[in-house]
Design a protein around this ligand. Structure first.
Ligand code: ZN
Length: 386
């Protein structure tokens, strides 16, 4: 029998989001068998949190988050085996931050399908998304010559059995903050496409920024809005009514403010998008929109694993409690993305998948994000031996 005990000042992962203080988790043969709280801890346990392993609701595992512009360009021309090697490196990076599951949102060559993931790593993979031929999205989506081709393409989709991705708008312009992102697919086309997807048991994630693109996505009955910058409060209210998931991917914009090599005006505009998105997150919580944490890792300056913790930090800065922010990247994601019910909760009977942080819930946002230890199925994760 293989038994271990872990002490921590604060333990998250309770179904009610309650923080258990001064606790001991005992694991046996890879499973949690007991959690005690309000016990006398060893003197050297002064600043430790144990929280569940995380789910990143929006990644691009085939892309690196590097800020090296020449590499960013050339990674689009890597060979299949080079991309697969890169994907494996990114999965290891994610796991070393305790990110044990991702929903991957657009992989133009469907390279992920041919990568053998570690057994404990869970993947929801859309494969390539769909966009229009002359518009944004070619890096992650199959370009369609006419918008009328979308419903047929979805009726024939064999890349995914769970989620598909539709690119419904462009990306936010760093040179022009005011002009809204144009939409790609009309309401009637998108509605037909979503209907076909639902008939096939697929859920639809739409990449949408700007009021109109998001409004069309909501009316078409899509299941999640990815990004949703400058969508406006009316759209947020509609999303709350329909319980449509929102993945704000705010770290991707925030890191542009800090690292983008363009002009000062571009970085200033990035800051305006960040401020606007933070306010939208505040209102989304007021209205009751289900928000999930997705990093958009693989974007400029967003690294796999680390990026999700940065997203959690920003959620906390918008006014969420740390435990609520963690739930957006664990138990809530597990429940709402589907298929990961065993994730996100630390209770007896669950697999011993957790992260130990040297921090406290109260001062987390100011601290370093690299977890002290990551435990997967009752074994300490070591990237070198994996
Ligand atoms: Zn993305």
């Amino acid at each position: 029998m293989n038994t271990h005990s872990f002490q921590a000042n604060q333990i998250l992962g309770d179904p009610s989001l309650k923080i258990r203080r001064d606790g001991i988790i005992t694991i046996e043969n890879g499973y949690i068998v007991e959690i005690l709280e309000n016990v006398q801890l060893n003197q050297n346990i002064k600043n430790f949190i144990i929280c569940p392993c995380l789910i990143d609701a929006h990644t691009h595992l085939f892309l690196s988050g590097t800020t090296d512009m020449s590499f960013r360009k050339c990674q689009q021309e890597l060979t299949k085996s080079e991309i697969q090697k890169q994907i494996k490196t990114h999965i290891q990076a994610a796991m070393s931050y305790g990110v044990l599951s991702v929903r991957d949102m657009g992989d133009i060559n469907n390279s992920l399908a041919e990568v053998s993931c570690p057994e404990s790593f869970r993947l929801l993979n859309t494969g390539p998304g769909y966009c229009l031929e002359d518009q944004y999205g070619q890096l992650i989506a199959i370009p369609l010559a006419h918008m009328e081709d979308l419903p047929f393409a979805i009726s024939k989709n064999t890349f995914s059995s769970r989620w598909i991705k539709i690119v419904q708008s462009g990306i936010n312009s760093l040179t022009d903050f005011e002009t809204p992102c144009a939409y790609q697919f009309s309401e009637s086309i998108l509605t037909d496409a979503v209907k076909i997807a639902h008939q096939r048991g697929l859920r639809v994630a739409t990449h949408a920024n700007g009021e109109k693109a998001v409004a069309i996505s909501i009316k078409s009955n899509c299941d999640s809005i990815e990004h949703g910058y400058k969508m406006g409060r009316e759209n947020l209210k509609r999303m709350a009514e329909g319980q449509i998931l929102w993945i704000p991917t705010i770290v991707a914009m925030k890191n542009l403010v800090q690292f983008w090599p363009g002009t000062l005006q571009e970085r200033d505009n990035a800051k305006r998008y960040v401020d606007d998105q933070m306010e939208q997150i505040f209102w989304a919580r007021e209205y009751g929109v289900p928000i999930l944490a997705g990093s958009d890792a693989g974007s400029f300056a967003v690294n796999h694993g680390k990026g999700l913790w940065e997203e959690i930090q920003i959620f906390v800065e918008t006014g969420m409690s740390f435990e609520e922010a963690i739930s957006c990247a664990s138990s809530k994601s597990a429940l709402l993305l589907g298929g990961w019910e065993e994730f996100g909760l630390l209770t007896p009977g669950k697999q011993a998948n957790f992260v130990i942080l040297e921090s406290s819930v109260e001062d987390f946002p100011k601290k370093q994000i690299q977890p002290k230890e990551v435990w997967i199925n009752g074994k300490q994760f070591n990237p070198l031996s994996n």
